[in-house]
Design a protein around this ligand. Structure first.
Ligand SMILES: NC(=O)c1ccc[n+]([C@@H]2O[C@H](COP(=O)([O-])OP(=O)(O)OC[C@H]3O[C@@H](n4cnc5c(N)ncnc54)[C@H](OP(=O)(O)O)[C@@H]3O)[C@@H](O)[C@H]2O)c1
Length: 264
């Protein structure tokens, strides 16, 4: 097996693409996965990463990904990043088809890919290529706090968080870290536009006047720093937000300023 080879899902945009770029700049071999081949090809040309086109909600595609990895040197780190939100409707008014879409990619695809690649992650450790393997998954602060209109996204991300907790227990005793990163507001190009079905004005309003929302690069830096820690150090859960976001729904808009100290 090759040294330090990572698979990054959802590599065609946002956090996934930024993670591929950073891993490549740190000397990792990387396989980026997503559905949009043109975007993946551009990323491959820019970074030298390998790419693989797959819809991770389809078992055949995931099986093909596993077979490709097995035939080309294995994998030591999996970054489950593909995912997203569909709509912001109340529980009462939601279309179950939107929830199905979110569950398919945010929960079931993570299970499919993790289950398919676990044997390869074990092989990477067993053949001495790496000291330990990693399953790093991008959840969300929405995996830990519910909000109005977030029901479907919350349910899917709470679901993947629960799955990761179970997996960490199941893998106890093996040199495989199960890592979860839960970002708050990240200003990426497509996440909110997709959520609001192409309504770019509504998407822009999410970030309006928020002083420095997180960037895809901020999250990528945290992912890469975490997996590059010594193999015995497991940051099980990382919650990261812009400093202007004290809680999921307490976001400051306007310039950050220090307050005058009040006399006690
Ligand atoms: N942006 C935020 O505020 C934020 C905050 C917290 C957590 N997150 C989470 O962070 C992750 C990345 O978000 P992002 O902001 O970078 O969003 P993004 O730019 O929309 O990226 C989503 C990625 O997932 C891929 N994808 C979607 N469905 C797929 C499928 N069925 N099979 C394979 N790939 C699929 C997309 O590629 P293709 O369309 O080419 O397949 C795309 O590369 C998501 O899990 C999201 O829930 C985002």
């Amino acid at each position: 097996m090759r040294m330090k080879r990572a698979v990054v899902t959802g590599a065609s945009s946002g956090i996934g693409a930024a993670t591929v770029r950073l891993l490549r700049s740190h000397g990792w071999e990387v396989l980026g996965v997503a559905r949009r081949e043109d975007r993946l090809r551009e990323l491959a040309a820019e970074t030298g990463a390998e790419v693989f086109v797959a819809d991770l909600t389809k078992q055949d595609d995931v099986d093909a990904l596993r077979d490709h990895l097995r035939a080309t040197g294995g994998v030591s780190t999996l970054v489950n990043n593909a995912g997203g939100a569909v709509g912001m409707d109340s529980v009462e008014s939601s279309d179950p088809a939107d929830w199905q879409q979110m569950f398919d990619v945010n929960v079931l695809a993570v299970q499919r890919v993790t289950s398919a690649l676990l044997p390869l992650l074990r092989e990477a450790v067993a053949d001495g290529s790496v000291a330990g393997a990693d399953i790093m998954t991008v959840s969300s602060t929405a995996a830990h706090t519910a909000y109005e209109g977030g029901g479907g996204y919350n349910a899917s991300k709470f679901g993947v968080h629960a799955m990761l907790d179970a997996l960490r227990l199941e893998l106890n005793g093996e040199p495989i870290r199960v890592l979860e990163i839960a970002p708050g507001m990240v200003k990426t190009d497509e996440f909110s536009t997709n959520r609001f079905r192409g309504d770019s004005e509504r998407a822009a309003a999410v970030y309006a006047n928020v002083p420095e929302p997180l960037t895809a690069e901020d999250v990528a830096t945290t992912i890469v720093s975490t997996i590059e820690l010594p193999a015995h150090v497991s940051l099980d859960l990382i919650i990261m937000k812009p400093v202007a976001q004290s809680a999921l729904h307490k976001v400051f808009r306007g310039p950050l300023t220090v307050k005058e100290r009040r006399p006690s």
